[in-house]
Design a protein around this ligand. Sequence first.
Ligand SMILES: NC(=O)C1=CN([C@@H]2O[C@H](COP(=O)(O)OP(=O)(O)OC[C@H]3O[C@@H](n4cnc5c(N)ncnc54)[C@H](O)[C@@H]3O)[C@@H](O)[C@H]2O)C=CC1
Ligand SMILES: O=C(O)CCC(=O)C(=O)O
Length: 420
Amino acid sequence: MPNPNILDAALTRLDEAARHVQIDSDVLEKLKYPRETMKVRLLIRMDDGSRKSFLAWRCRYDDTRGPTKGGIRFHPASTAEEVETLAFWMTVKCAVTNLPYGGGKGAVQVDPKSLSKAELERLSRAYVQAFAGIIGPDRDIPAPDVYTNAMIMGWMADEYASIQGEAAPAVITGKPIALGGSVGREDATARGGFYLTCHLTERLGLPPEGLRVAVQGFGNAGQHVARLFRSIGAKIVAVSDSGGAVHAASGLDLDALLAAKAAGRSVVQADHGGKAIPPEELIAVDCDVVAPSAMEDMIHDGNAASVRARVVLELANGPITPEGDRILADKGVVVLPDILANAGGVTVSYFEWVQNRQGFYWTLDEVQSRLKTIIETEGDAVWAIAEDKGVTLRTAAYIHALGRLAAAIEAHGTQQFFAS
Ligand SMILES: NC(=O)C1=CN([C@@H]2O[C@H](COP(=O)(O)OP(=O)(O)OC[C@H]3O[C@@H](n4cnc5c(N)ncnc54)[C@H](O)[C@@H]3O)[C@@H](O)[C@H]2O)C=CC1
Ligand SMILES: O=C(O)CCC(=O)C(=O)O
């Protein structure tokens, strides 16, 4: 189960940022609590005729800057606290990238691997039936997250359209292209992190060639980031998934790993060309960039000292605890923070929403070049704040976001939020 105090830990990053800028205390008070979290029990019919129920949540953390936006996770260990924390991070992430959104997130406490495809579809449709009153193209716009994908988003969009009695593709992003999805959304999370790393290579002190990369979590974010780094000649020296981890100092056979995953197998079952290692050793392998791309709190006070990479590229949300951050900073390891490094996904989700609303679709080149511009522009802004204030990139990203959030909160007028 995630740390029950995960939201408190996440909020310490906001407090740290607030120490370096003048921020009205009302602004911080508003950002400390989710606006609304709805909890339901979804009851679905199983293939054998029995019925089973699953806890599910949708949190709209803050909508000051626009409709709330964020993925839906299907995971057996999901909790309300985790959903609210993920929704808080979405609020900050959308502000860092200047998308016209607030932050939201959803989850179902389920092991999706234990369901048949038909059961998974019934669960996905039940989720939309339960939350149809809270989501909407101008209210709250879900997307994929851990163990959800384009197929599930397609079922959900279809269910929402049936309920509304009209097509409403902009209610959800990360859909299949055939249902109004955007080209370039599939690898967008990884691509954003890849663009950021490449843009900062020199400033990060990374070797321009022969980069060695380790990837923890080999799903959507992890597989695509490995593929993108390979495309510039990098070696993928270690990868892991929920089934285990593999390592080869001379580089793993990425095609074999991708083929194994496509066939529903773990990386340890692939003809990977390396050796299996204990999963907890992945973050400690000798490499230039380690990309945690799985779950929260994977690098913490108990293992941060073992990180040997020069750079941690946070594709996962919240993979490093605040104590882990301090240890890495003391070691001189640079962390590219989640709220910037994995923002490629929500940025292309925004492009999908825009395309759905205008009914006019862009080319892959247009999507990728707009994504690159946003990531590089906001990356430069965050880097400049970090240099100017002598803070980590994470604190700088929070300072950057806090400025935009404060401006929007103040522009709304305080009477709306704080009864006198
Ligand atoms: N899909 C998206 O658009 C975005 C995802 N993220 C974040 O990226 C992370 C990964 O998400 P996705 O790639 O979409 O999920 P996914 O469901 O496609 O892949 C998750 C991967 O993590 C692995 N995993 C699970 N527990 C693990 C563990 N304890 N150790 C090692 N590997 C483990 C799974 O086996 C799987 O390979 C999450 O933190 C998610 O919130 C962030 C931004 C956008
Ligand atoms: O694509 C989106 O709207 C949200 C993606 C997401 O859940 C995330 O960035 O953590």
